[in-house]
Design a protein around this ligand. Structure first.
Ligand SMILES: Nc1nc2c(c(=O)[nH]1)N[C@H]1C(S)=C(S)[C@@H](COP(=O)(O)OP(=O)(O)OC[C@H]3O[C@@H](n4cnc5c(=O)[nH]c(N)nc54)[C@H](O)[C@@H]3O)O[C@H]1N2
Ligand SMILES: Nc1nc2c(c(=O)[nH]1)N[C@H]1C(S)=C(S)[C@@H](COP(=O)(O)OP(=O)(O)OC[C@H]3O[C@@H](n4cnc5c(=O)[nH]c(N)nc54)[C@H](O)[C@@H]3O)O[C@H]1N2
Ligand code: SF4
Ligand SMILES: [Mo]
Length: 895
């Protein structure tokens, strides 16, 4: 079970901590706290490739933003450093006191798909087995719980049947509600390779035209929430075309007839599907025929499906079509849930969700008893706990009094996030285990902040979307007093009196126990079985190579696919096809809330930016929080392109830069989720998002919140660049970002030029300040220079006028370069070259202007741009953008 290939002496094999693709990484520490990062050529997922985020991991390893010591809140609301002993005693005593007073049900953990399996396993064991509260839930509730619910209802188990190889060998790939090009870039690369080498077709189903759709064979911009109608119609079509695999259905599937009858009610014909989805009937017919006539079809989905008040039904509608045709668990065909976080799958395996126990067991009496016996648990939880949104409601109304949050930022990411922040602040005991010293959840002032080891320092396992378990290995020492999450939880467990059950010498012992539980009284009755790993010792664990579960003791090499020949986990080992509720959204637009707010991700940022926000390279792609709206709505609501808009739902508001995007439907808006109170003045999207949830999964509908929209105008816009953080007056709009050489803020304000000038003189003194003031023209520029080197620059212009951000940022990037001419600098002329424009290729730092110039000079294809500038030749996730720049430049493509 070991890798045999030779490695550079100091390189460590580990796994990327971002998305659920789960790429292998080689990290070579530089001895100064940093590391060189490369793709692991031996990892079967990525074979050496990394996307922009993975490649930039080295830029996120600094300690400047880390919490390095246990911190205790003091009476003034500040924090004092305390010893680990004091902190752990206080956490344990705090839980004990509240449990004694209010019962175990008053205690809860809120976990994360960014924990490692070992951390997750013992957190769950402590709460559900020993404290005796079922209230353990995770941010995965917001992420793929609808898939979990549907797979359990339909397959009888939470099993992803396929393997990534299916994306290499499919003839048709259908992506539903998934911006794969940006969110699962390396897997998207594999799909693109398949298209190029084998001619596979790609269909993208998304109400918004995304980078993923840029060069798809078919782009279907369906109405939000109408996916289930489309797939119900597909089931009808497949049946009417005689394509139901009768022999598979008869042997392995239940519920076909009632599911078909229900599909005929929801989607009797193409016309009714066209009404429901808003898609042209011809396009629907063409899609159905393509799907019907292509046996090797993979239908993959992510948040456009899961984050829906009918997410479970949307997933079931897709599974129904694959089951009816027997196109499941066979090379090149199957339904495929793309998981978001690096360990979303691991969390499911250990029972991180409130309605699961551990090792894919639920709350059936025999399962409760089995786990109780295995753990020798004194206080096993006996019924399902509260799911994330309900858990926070219980915090708000005082039913839960003690909460420990680990590795998630709920004050940003839960719906109705302002209410969440207020609820957290009212807890009797509020504990947060974190990597960073400040984020919006820490703004709610936990009683204790516990410094957790971060990526590069921690050891354990993660499971990717194709059930592949890989090791994350430490390659850096633990900084300050930071400790791995499993250690912190274990120490609290010991102090609660459970020493024996939590006496682990290291993560390998936790993993071995988890593996043993998966095999305990299993005998093929449960899908999740990694019994082959139950006997792993430290060396075996350290040498563990990536393997797809199930890996029972009789099959240690793992399993690439399931269900190709049935073997489901429902009654009689059958799958159960499921009738659907009539498709509809949780809430509709109205006169007061005329736009439907869709939310999601951008290519180079990760969630609340507590890591990617510190990378200048990753911050250069999209620099500020925005809302994309259709040009017709810009006119209809009196907005200005490039201006600002205030969005408001019944829950909260945000002010965002307006971007015109013809790919967003009229009546819709799209905003990225990444900015928070830490990184922007008014861009907490979670504050607007509605908490309306799917009845089976409890996953909230985060992609369709009705909002109002109104123009906001500012007199001036500008930016500040400084070597050290620089705060702007509260009344200004701002967004903060990492830039080469320091920090940048983009801002808009109604302050006067004189007020700004006064501010700058107070902040920097007048000795080193050079100013250029044009009161009539409405502009103010200043630069702070010491020994000819630029310390800070501040540019202000009337709103709507470009303030030379990219040019000055390029000059600022080198803190050692002497500025030849102050006046040239303040005029925004880069003596060294031309304005690079916003970054397009993050891997090689290639800007928009260079790419435009190359097209104008005769380059014809994205490939030629790659040859000339290297742009797009590493992870390839900017290729859709490069092609768009080409079409805008009017160049013609040769191929
Ligand atoms: N760059 C980057 N990559 C990431 C992450 C990140 O933060 N940044 N996060 C990771 C995580 S945790 C996750 S969960 C994944 C998410 O990965 P994705 O699911 O691909 O990302 P999202 O942008 O949330 O949403 C996907 C799409 O759903 C569409 N959509 C909205 N409503 C509907 C609908 O009713 N039907 C359909 N068919 N589509 C709809 C949206 O327009 C959007 O383009 O990404 C992972 N990868
Ligand atoms: N409106 C809207 N809201 C959404 C979504 C959406 O599409 N729209 N998407 C939802 C989805 S799919 C997801 S997954 C969530 C993500 O939302 P969150 O989980 O809240 O986002 P992160 O920014 O990843 O927060 C992780 C936190 O854990 C810390 N951390 C990282 N690694 C570790 C570790 O090893 N140990 C500890 N103790 N701490 C660590 C980080 O510093 C960071 O503060 O957002 C959800 N919210
Ligand atoms: S696709 Fe990118 S973010 Fe996802 S695991 Fe691979 S390198 Fe990391
Ligand atoms: Mo997610």
């Amino acid at each position: 079970m070991r890798h045999d290939a030779p490695l550079a002496p100091a390189a460590t094999r580990t796994t990327c901590p971002y998305c659920g693709v789960g790429c292998g990484v080689l990290a070579t520490p530089d001895g100064l706290g940093g590391a060189t990062i490369a793709g692991d050529g031996e990892h079967p997922t990525n074979r050496g490739r990394l996307c922009s985020k993975g490649s930039a991991l080295g830029e996120t390893l600094g300690l400047g933003h880390r919490v390095l010591h246990p911190l205790k809140r003091n009476a003034a609301g500040g924090y004092d450093r305390v010893s680990w002993d004091a902190a752990l005693d206080a956490v344990a005593n705090g839980f004990r006191a509240i449990i004694d007073r209010d019962g175990p049900q008053a205690a809860a953990f809120y976990l994360s798909g960014q924990l490692l399996t070992e951390d997750y396993y013992i957190a769950n064991k402590l709460m559900k087995g020993f404290i005796g509260s079922p209230h353990v839930d995770t941010n995965s509730r917001l992420c793929m719980s609808s898939t979990v619910a549907a797979q359990r209802r339909v397959f009888g188990s939470d099993t992803v049947p396929g393997a990534y190889e299916d994306f290499d060998s499919a003839d048709l790939i259908v992506l539903v509600g998934s911006n794969t090009a940006w969110c699962h870039p390396i897997l998207f690369r594999r799909m693109q390779d398949n298209r190029r080498e084998r001619g596979a077709r790609l269909v993208v189903l998304d109400p918004r035209v995304t980078a993923t759709a840029e060069d798809a064979d078919m782009v279907m911009a369906l109405k939000p929430g109408s996916d289930a109608a489309l797939f119900a119609g597909l089931l009808v079509h497949l049946t009417d075309r005689g394509l139901v695999d009768r022999s598979y259905v008869v042997r392995h599937v239940a519920g076909f007839d009632e599911t078909l009858a229900n599909a005929r009610e929801i989607a009797p014909d193409v016309t009714s599907v066209s009404d429901a989805t808003g898609l042209p009937a011809e396009q629907i017919a063409a899609f159905y025929e393509l799907w019907a006539s292509t046996p090797h079809v993979v239908t993959a989905w992510s948040q456009g499906v899961n984050q829906s008040a009918q997410g479970t039904d949307k997933v079931a509608a897709i599974l129904n079509c694959h089951l009816a045709t027997g196109r499941i668990g066979r090379p090149g065909s199957g339904p495929f849930s793309l998981t978001g976080q690096p360990n979303a799958m691991g969390g499911r395996e250990v029972g991180g969700l409130a309605n699961m126990l551990a090792a894919h067991m639920g709350y059936a009496p025999d399962e409760i008893d089995r786990i109780r016996r295995f753990w020798q648990a004194p206080n096993i939880a006996r019924r399902e706990g509260l799911k994330a949104v309900q858990m926070l409601d219980a915090v708000a109304d005082g039913r839960i009094r003690a909460l420990w949050v680990m590795a998630t930022n709920p004050a940003v990411s839960l719906p109705n996030a302002d209410k969440v922040s207020a609820a957290l602040a009212g807890l009797d005991l509020f504990i947060v285990s974190e990597n960073v010293l400040s984020n919006d959840t820490l703004e709610a002032r936990p009683h204790y902040i516990l410094p957790a080891a971060a990526w590069g320092e921690k050891d354990g396992t993660v499971t990717n979307s194709e059930r592949r378990i890989s090791r994350q290995r430490a390659f850096l020492p633990l900084p300050g007093e930071a400790k791995p999450d499993w250690w912190i939880i274990g120490e609290v467990a010991k102090r609660l009196g459970f020493s024996e059950a939590f006496a682990y010498a290291g993560p390998h012992e936790i993993y071995a126990e988890h593996a043993a539980l998966s095999a305990f009284e299993n005998d093929g009755t449960r899908d999740f079985d990694i019994g082959a790993h139950a006997g792993l010792d430290r060396a075996g664990y350290d040498g563990l190579r990536p393997v797809q579960w199930p890996a029972p003791s009789r099959q240690p090499g793992g399993t690439d696919r399931l269900f190709g020949d049935g073997g489901f986990f429902g009654p009689e080992r059958r799958a159960q096809m499921r009738p659907l509720a009539a498709p509809k959204l949780a809430a509709q637009t109205s006169e007061d809330f005329p736009l439907l707010l869709n939310t999601g991700r951008v290519r180079d940022h990760w969630h609340s930016m507590t890591r990617t926000g510190f990378s200048p390279r990753l911050s250069a792609h999209i620099a500020e929080p925005s809302v994309s709206v259709n040009p017709a709505d810009i006119a209809r609501f009196g907005l200005a392109e490039g201006g600002f808009a205030r969005l408001a739902s019944i829950h909260g508001t945000a002010i965002l830069r307006v971007v015109a995007d013809g790919g967003v439907a009229e009546g819709a808006a799209f905003a990225p989720i990444h900015w928070s109170g830490e990184t922007a003045s008014d861009a907490r999207i979670g504050a607007l998002t509605q908490p309306l949830c799917d009845p089976f999964s409890g996953q909230p509908e985060m992609k369709a919140t009705p909002v109002s929209v109104a123009a906001v105008s500012y007199r001036f816009e500008g930016f500040v660049l400084a070597r050290k953080p620089f705060a702007l007056p509260a009344e200004s709009w701002w967004a903060r970002l990492a830039v080469q050489g320091g920090e940048g803020r983009l801002f808009a304000t109604n302050l006067s030029i004189d007020a700004i000038a006064t501010l700058m003189r107070e902040r920097f003194g007048t000795d080193e300040l050079t100013e250029l003031i044009d009161r009539d023209g409405g502009s103010y520029r200043c630069a702070v220079l010491r020994d000819g080197r630029l310390l800070a620059a501040f540019f202000l212009a009337p709103a709507g006028r470009a303030p030379l951000w990219d040019t000055v940022k390029a000059i600022f990037a080198d803190p050692t370069a002497a500025v030849e001419s102050r006046l040239a600098l303040l005029a925004g002329r880069d003596p060294g070259g031309t304005d690079p424009g916003p970054t397009v290729c993050a891997c090689f730092g290639v800007g928009l202007n260079a790419i435009r110039a190359a097209f104008e000079a005769g380059a014809a294809t994205a490939e030629e741009i790659g040859l000339q500038l290297k742009a797009g030749t590493n992870c390839g996730s900017c290729l859709p953008e490069i092609r768009r720049i080409r079409s805008q430049a009017g160049a013609s493509e040769a191929a």
